[in-house]
Design a protein around this ligand. Structure first.
Ligand SMILES: [Zn+2]
Length: 108
C-alpha cells in the first residue's frame, strides 16, 4: 500500500528531526498528481505514529494543484491526472503536482 510506506517515511523523518521532542503537528505537501489519497494517508500516519514521538500528532495535508507546460506550444495547463496532452497535440512536462514532502512541523 502506497500510503503506508509514505506514512512510515514521514513519521521516521519527523521523529528524527524532532530529536526526542514530542511532535504536535506535521504539515505535508502532496501534489494532486502523486496519486496519494489524503484520507488514507491520514489514517496510515495515525497508525505508524503510535509509539513514536509523532503519536497523537495532527497531520495537515496541503494539496498542490497539477500543472504542466506544453513542450510544443509552451502553453501552461492545469492537470488533474499525470497523463494528458496539450490541445495542440504536444507532449506535456509536469512542473507542479508531484510534490510529496514534509513542509514543517510543530514540536512541544
Ligand atoms: Zn501545446
Amino acid at each position: 500500500m502506497h500510503e503506508l510506506s509514505i506514512a512510515t517515511a514521514v513519521v521516521e523523518a519527523c521523529a528524527e528531526r524532532a530529536a526526542g521532542a514530542r511532535i504536535l503537528r506535521v504539515r505535508i505537501e502532496i501534489g494532486q498528481l502523486s496519486a496519494v489519497l489524503p484520507d488514507s494517508l491520514r489514517f496510515c500516519f495515525e497508525v505508524c505514529a503510535q509509539g513514536t514521538a509523532a503519536e497523537g500528532a495532527e497531520l495537515e495535508i496541503l494539496e498542490t494543484a497539477g500543472r504542466a507546460i506544453c513542450e510544443t506550444c509552451g502553453g501552461t495547463l492545469a492537470l488533474s491526472s499525470p497523463y494528458g496532452r496539450c490541445d495542440c497535440g504536444g507532449l506535456l512536462r509536469i512542473v507542479a503536482g508531484n510534490e510529496l514532502r514534509v513542509k514543517d512541523m510543530e514540536i512541544a
